[in-house]
Design a protein around this ligand. Structure first.
Ligand code: HEC
Length: 173
């Protein structure tokens, strides 16, 4: 193989990669659609710190919540970091892994997300809209922040928690 053949082979190998990166970065309409959907689906509420305390930290937009949801028998769950940070966010997830989590609740490690994450509603997204959400999430600034948990039903969760409390005189449902 001479240098020319090697160069041609390399170019052929890299072309799809370059094309996909360029397509992702250069499609403002898809990113705008994703932003519209993320805003409308209230991802911000459960995935931005401070939101449930009345002071959303806009500098850490979608950087992971600081308030957990307690689900009886399941545990306490905080909305994780959705920014492109590689250690604490979705930076190392593939598009397909992010879409699977959003639409089926399955994480790459096989754990099912707690149903407070509205994946049952997001199942109805069209493939284009799911892809647009991913494109938008990849376009926002990375935030380094690992959320606490998840905590099992018998674990002590040392975080702000929202829970549904049954009053003493009302029968259990
Ligand atoms: C009502 C609150 C709520 C809303 C609204 C919500 N989420 Fe979530 N989401 C959660 C919680 C809580 C978890 C973590 C559940 C668990 O760990 O079992 C989660 C998990 C995830 C995960 C998996 C991340 C990981 O590291 O495991 C992704 C991806 C995700 N949400 C994306 C979204 C997107 C995108 C939207 C908007 C389209 C959204 N979520 C809206 C609460 C919410």
């Amino acid at each position: 193989m001479n240098v020319k053949t090697i160069a041609a082979a390399l170019a052929a190998l890299c072309a799809p990669l370059v094309a996909s990166v360029v397509a992702r970065a250069a499609d403002p309409a898809t990113i705008a659609r994703g932003k519209y959907l993320v805003t409308l689906a209230s991802c911000n509420d459960c995935h931005t710190p401070g939101y449930f305390l009345g002071k959303p930290d806009t500098d850490r937009y979608l950087g992971g919540s600081d308030v957990g949801f307690e689900l009886p028998g399941l545990g306490v769950f905080l909305g994780p970091n959705l920014t492109p940070d590689r250690q604490t966010g979705l930076g190392n997830w593939t598009d397909a892994q992010i879409i699977a989590a959003i639409q089926t609740g399955a994480r790459p490690d096989g754990r099912m997300l707690a149903p407070i994450m509205p994946y049952r509603a997001f199942t109805n997204l069209t493939p284009q809209d799911a892809q647009a959400i991913v494109a938008f999430l990849r376009s926002i600034p990375p935030v380094q922040h690992k959320v606490e948990g998840p905590f099992g039903p018998n674990e002590k969760a040392n975080v702000y928690t929202m829970k549904v409390v049954r009053p003493p005189n009302v029968p259990e449902k």
